[in-house]
Design a protein around this ligand. Structure first.
Ligand SMILES: Nc1ncnc2c1ncn2[C@@H]1O[C@H](COP(=O)(O)OP(=O)(O)OP(=O)(O)O)[C@@H](O)[C@H]1O
Ligand SMILES: [Mg+2]
Length: 475
């Protein structure tokens, strides 16, 4: 059974992916509202707990001061005795049962050290020893402690039974002579008013915190939303420009391909014209000159002109030179048939033709056999042949034919052919370049079909011509 790929996907990762897909302002709204809500809860809880502590404490202090004025004088006898005398207990009860104390105090206890109850509004508890609670112990250390509405422990049964909100206060009672804590008064105040005050304070605190959090969130959201819209607009603009650039680049590429194709076909047409001109020269003027040379001899014989006269000699030399020039022209103009041949063959043909014409010798290599032996496109072969032909002719004419070498390599979809010589060299960019068109023509021919042409030469350091073409190894 195929398993559901989302099952193993942890929720967090899915949430993160969902968030990443949202626009920036939505992401901010989602995450920011959670953070603002969390912050608001923490801040609200903190503020209202501080308010509660403050209000409760203030109320406890004022009540303690009030209580002390009644109870402290009576409690002084605990400085010398462990318990109260029965008259004192009766007096205290009387005080607590009459206004104004009875209106505020619900119950009271007076503790001795160790948890003995010296007095309690609940008469049954007087004389009992109970485990001292935390607040009681803190009061023995001299602190006034107060708690609102938290009635725990068996000694608080009576207070819980009242059902009203109570403020529980533990107040240390000091000896007026030594200043020592001689007892702790625990009393419970009717805190209905305090509870209402606290509710109002809580409400106000939460309201203020919520309003501040909301205002902060909305202000930030406004900023993020404006930023997000700007980013979106810029993104759209960028995408539009990239698409436009891609379209222009594709158009340029198509145009370049068309130009290169046109250039390749022009080069082929050119070669066909040149071959035709060469054939015309060969069959026309060359044949006529050869015939004229033969006829001249027979004419001279028949007319009794001696063959060794200076004039006859000059005439023959002139005719022979004209014939040689025309034949040279024919050879230079016409390419051998290259269609269907390989790069290696074409190189060899060009080198051999040069050797035949000049009688010099040209070193080959390195020319890797494998990648250059498959059939190559006709325009590529024409370009290679013309490059080698011109390079070798320059090496012969201007470099004295010294150290001439033809090499080739094919790698990374490019074919590189070089013609080098160890002749006198020249300054390729120099002003003393002659009116020749060979190198300029080569550059144009190679670059027009998407290749690169480079001349490296220095006076006295030989010359290196390099051509590179895109090349697909079809061997
Ligand atoms: N291998 C070389 N060694 C020394 N100088 C060279 C070499 N190749 C070219 N040059 C110099 O560069 C010049 C330009 O060469 P380019 O082939 O363009 O013209 P050209 O050979 O003089 O004439 P064309 O090729 O048109 O018959 C040459 O005249 C020559 O001064
Ligand atoms: Mg030249």
């Amino acid at each position: 059974m195929p398993s559901d790929p989302t099952l193993g996907d942890p929720l967090v990762a899915r949430l993160r992916r969902g968030l990443a897909a949202m626009p920036l302002d939505h992401r901010f709204a989602a995450v920011g509202s959670l953070v603002a809500l969390g912050g608001m809860l923490i801040m609200g809880a903190l503020v209202s707990s501080r308010i509660e502590t403050g209000v409760v404490r203030n109320s406890a202090i004022s009540s303690a001061v009030y209580m002390e004025s009644f109870i402290a004088p009576l409690s002084q006898e605990l400085a010398t005795s462990e318990t109260f005398r029965p008259e004192t207990i009766a007096h205290m009860r009387e005080l607590l049962d009459q206004p104004p104390l009875s209106e505020r105090i619900i119950s009271a206890k007076i503790w001795r050290k160790g948890g003995l109850l010296a007095f309690s509004s609940d008469a049954d508890l007087i004389g009992a020893t109970l485990e001292p609670g935390e607040n009681l112990q803190r009061a023995w250390a001299g602190d006034l402690t107060a708690e609102f509405d938290e009635l725990e422990g068996s000694e608080n049964l009576r207070e819980r039974a009242t059902g009203m909100p109570l403020l529980e206060v533990y107040n240390p009672i000091h000896s007026i002579i030594t200043g020592e804590v001689i007892a702790v008064a625990e009393f419970y105040l009717n805190a209905t008013e305090l509870r209402d005050d606290l509710r109002r304070a809580h409400l106000t605190a939460w309201g203020v915190v919520a309003a501040v959090s909301l205002a902060t969130f909305l202000a930030l959201f406004g900023i993020v939303r404006a930023g997000s819209r700007t980013i979106d607009r810029q993104n759209r603009e960028l995408t539009r420009r990239i698409a436009e650039l891609a379209r222009i680049s594709a158009q340029n590429e198509a145009l370049r391909d068309r130009v290169q194709a046109a250039s390749r076909s022009a080069s082929e047409t050119n070669e066909r014209y040149m071959r035709r001109i060469s054939a015309e020269l060969h069959d026309g003027p060359a044949q006529a000159l050869a015939l004229a040379s033969l006829r001249l001899d027979s004419l001279m014989q028949r007319s009794g002109v001696p063959a060794d006269t200076a004039e006859a000699g000059e005439l023959r030399v002139a005719l022979d030179e004209a014939l040689r020039d025309v034949r040279d022209l024919c050879h230079g103009l016409a390419l051998p048939e290259l269609e269907g041949r390989s790069v290696a063959d074409t190189l060899e043909l060009a080198v051999r033709a040069h050797e035949r014409r000049t009688g010099g010798s040209v070193a080959r290599g390195p020319i890797p056999a494998g990648p250059l032996e498959g059939p190559a496109p006709h325009p590529t072969l024409i370009c290679i042949y013309r490059f080698v032909q011109e390079g070798l002719m320059n090496a012969y004419r201007h470099g004295g034919g010294k150290g001439v070498r033809v090499a080739a390599a094919a790698e990374g979809g490019r074919l590189r052919v070089t013609v080098a010589d160890a002749g006198g060299g020249f300054e390729p960019g120099g002003a003393r370049r002659g009116p020749g068109l060979g190198l300029a023509g080569l550059r144009q021919r190679i670059e027009s079909i998407g290749g690169e042409f480079q001349v490296k030469s220095e006076p006295g350091k030989g010359t290196l011509l390099t051509m590179e073409l895109p090349y697909e190894d079809r061997s």
